[in-house]
Design a protein around this ligand. Structure first.
Ligand code: TYD
Length: 224
């Protein structure tokens, strides 16, 4: 099957994405969910955007550190996404793996669309071209107040180009996520990221388990 046919084919795997403003803490939960799914026999692929392939990682470095206009930002993240879909995500889904992806197209609508004010219709057109119908099966949105997110970011890391944006920017990004969630309620689960780390993690596990995913235990588990 060609990569394009693979891209169009509906696959047996599960595609789960993680979203939220910088500082909401989503990344720290992805590894735990991966372990949980693996313990239940799932083949798990961890991914992130922009990035995930040698080419896309190069685009990520440009994206995070060079100044550019919003259209260039959008084109770069969708170019990286196209390569990532063809090289990693679609093949993994086709062999039945669970792909856990740290950010995907909702980030583009939230950051470039709502944050930068870039034309949503153009983003929707790029989404159609690049994804050819592929959408996440589930999106966990780690939602946090921008003031608290800024406080958490300042405590742990030096800021990249986007993280240096002001609070008004992150308020727009958060609103952008809210609109994406409203438009696709079956796909989105909002998680209150202001809770303790344990409570956030429990909500994330519940979102997967309530869909009946990974409830099968491996034979090793059953014997134990
Ligand atoms: P992320 O990997 O979450 O940052 P970090 O490794 O520093 O935690 O995301 C990188 C940045 O890219 C983040 O600020 C959000 C931004 N971004 C966009 O603006 N548009 C996009 O489409 C994507 C995927 C990310």
């Amino acid at each position: 099957m060609s990569a394009d046919e693979t891209l169009a084919a509906s696959a047996a795997g599960r595609f789960i994405t993680f979203e939220g403003i910088d500082g909401a803490g989503k990344s720290s939960h992805i590894e735990a969910l991966a372990e949980w799914a693996r313990a239940r026999g799932a083949q798990v692929v961890l991914a992130r955007e922009p990035g995930g392939t040698p080419l896309a990682e190069k685009l990520r470095a440009l994206f995070l550190h060079e100044d550019m206009d919003p259209l260039t930002e959008a084109l770069l993240v969708f170019a990286a996404r196209r390569d990532h879909l063809r090289e990693v995500i679609e093949p993994a889904l086709a062999r039945g793996a669970v792909v856990l992806c740290d950010r995907f197209t909702d980030s583009t609508f939230a950051y470039q669309g709502a944050g930068r004010g870039f034309d949503l219709a153009v983003l929707a057109q790029l989404e159609t071209w690049v994804q050819q119908g592929r959408q996440p099966d589930l999106t966990l949105w780690f939602d946090l107040d921008p003031t608290e997110a800024a406080r958490r970011r300042a405590a742990v890391r030096s800021a990249d180009r986007l993280e240096r944006e002001d609070e008004a920017f992150f308020t727009r990004v958060r609103d952008g996520y809210a609109r994406r969630a409203q438009a696709a309620p079956a796909r989105f689960v909002r998680i209150d990221a202001a809770q303790t780390r344990e409570a956030v993690r429990a909500d994330a596990f519940r979102a997967l388990a309530s869909r009946g995913w990974f409830t099968e235990r491996t034979s090793d588990d059953r014997r134990a």
